[in-house]
Design a protein around this ligand. Sequence first.
Ligand code: GLN
Length: 447
Amino acid sequence: VEGYLQRIEEKKHLNAFVEVYADEAKLRAAEIQKKIINGNAGKLAGMILGIKDLICYKDHNISAGSKILENYNSIFSSTVVERILAEDAIIIGRQNCDEFAMGGSNENSYFGPVKNDADNTKVPGGSSGGSAVAVQADLCMASLGTDTGGSVRQPAAFCGVVGLKPTYGRVSRHGIIAYASSFDQVGPITKSVEDAALLLEVIAGHDDHDSTCSTAPVPAYSQQLSFTGKKRIAYLPETLNSDGLDPEIKAITENTIKRLIEEGHEVEPISFPYLDYVVPTYYILTMAESSSNLARYDGVHYGYRSQNAVDLESTYKKSRSEGFGDEVKRRILLGTFVLSAGHYDAFYGKAQKVRRLIREKTDEILENHDFILLPTTPGPAFGIGEKTDDPVVMYLADIFTVQASLAGIPAISLPVAISKSNLPLGIQFIGKRFGEAELLAFSKYVL
Ligand code: GLN
């Protein structure tokens, strides 16, 4: 713990942590050391973890990267935190993220941007940017992030680490600050596939507090990592021919295809005709859900309350105007627009139907194939400030991660290469619904 605390201090410029629990982590390490000596320590004994500032931890502040939750203290722990603590993990701090997990560069945080440790002028990705950089820079052994449309996988790719988004419903959302409830999942960000498997095994499984959480039994993922045999893998030609795909990312994806064929796997192109629709569909639906989820921040129930308000209505208006950042406001406005009576059918209703098509087509591909291989991101980590002028340019960078989110199926980003300019590059595998065990075992083989 002391080693990690020292590195956190040395790497303060990265801005990965919003708060570090130094004394608490030291005390806990001493307790867990005793348990290890007594032979009754849990599965994560000694694992030093960071949690995204979106995951509730009782009696600790949580702010979702937002001013509106400034100084808000959590009155209960999320199920995932309870589960990692029950297995003797040590939580070293809470990690910087985009405000309410809205973003793909960690530039939307009230606590300022996070820097990539490979190149401090580049973003770490988002929204779980602090969580990914913390693993990249050895500020903790692993992190728990959340992934709504790529927020675990994309920063993992930008930071050269492993990021897994589980099947929707595999992990409880109880105590996770909601962004878009039909998409949000907690996922591990780790150095190795083994660590991802172990963490998923601990956090997954039924929870009475989340009715969307599956009752399907949780396999011992960490014990099922040996892989033999041959797989059928689909790749989507549309992804490799898409505008703006970085040539080095195209090359590593094609090299992976070649390698897998050479090793005897069946890898074939399967057309996915909806690639142009995934980003608009994702953003219409997530903005709609977020506008509804964020209605609770009214200056009365939680966190920040404007000092300039004179009555109830101005309390709402001023607290929200002063408390939310620009990106969050943009999404609330667009979300309420697509849900409004006159526009509901044209936008929200239509997007739901397209989501269904995307999900059915993806499921159909996975009926005949074990995995889908595609890039995680169109390019490597971009410069801080490079995409902040045009939100649509930022949204389009999610083109390869949102398919699995819309379909609600598991996907993993694996760090397979370093670019000529020394930036990490990732590839992504999508697996079958609740097929995390197969996905993890194959990922270990690929890495
Ligand atoms: N970049 C995407 C967005 O802004 C994904 C965010 C996430 O997964 N939380 O919505």
